[in-house]
Design a protein around this ligand. Sequence first.
Ligand SMILES: Cc1ncc(COP(=O)(O)O)c(C=O)c1O
Length: 289
Amino acid sequence: MGQKPITFMCQVLALCQYPDLLSSPSFPEDAKKRAMRILQACGGHSSGSYSASAGIQTIRENVARYIEHRDRGIASDPENIFLSTGASSAIMAVLNLLVSGKGKNRTGVMIPIPQYPLYSATLAEFDAVQINYCLNEEHQWGLDVAELQRALGQAKAHCQPRVLCVINPGNPTGQVLSRENIEAVIRFAYEEHLFLMADEEKKAVLARLAEKAQLMKILNKQPGIQCNPVQGAMYSFPHIQLPPKALQRAKELGQPADMFFCKQLLEETGICVVPGSGFGQKEGTYHFR
Ligand SMILES: Cc1ncc(COP(=O)(O)O)c(C=O)c1O
């Protein structure tokens, strides 16, 4: 996708990992200054030393300061910051914390359909109840509060809904929530006493992805493919209409029909896409990412 790694971060990481480079003229002074500050905060001034589970204190303080700046002065306490080695480990750690109970008291976690499969896999691993809410394909994969209400109402009969996960921008669907939509979701989570997990990427990166997303318009020129405008993620999730003969052949092969389509596409054109059945989709509809 042409996303360049951020040079400053690469330099700081390299310097922290191999401090002999601090005397190298190839590195700029600002990166050296930042690396020295981080190393000062590490036990034994080495990034190889043990650190607090929540992350190095100085970095947590920087993160809190950044959040205060971003939120125009709303206080952020470094003690409430917990650093992780990526989104996956953070999602798993938080869900692990929230899942409890047996039978009807098992924790229910609301996730979008289609979803990033890490969620369904983690919920299965932790024996939590997966509560599906469907994104509205007819409204550019929008998130309807009425649909959240429906999913929650049905789930209450067999579990304890405790968590609402929101993926923004969507993966695999590529939509970006509007401010009003985000406000409505926060209000819903507050009123229903749900822990809100927001899985969210950066504005500048999104803007560049949004330009590339325009390329997806070409998909709508193909017969049998409809694709919503992609608003700013790396992904799009076009809807495909499969002819009866393809559905029949997939059945004979014992494959989901969209898996059959993706394999044929790969073999005949070399184009590699991921079948929608891996993400969850409305019964009887077919997609790919
Ligand atoms: C919505 C979403 N959540 C979590 C992840 C996992 O992130 P990480 O690679 O930082 O573990 C991804 C990666 O694509 C993602 O798209």
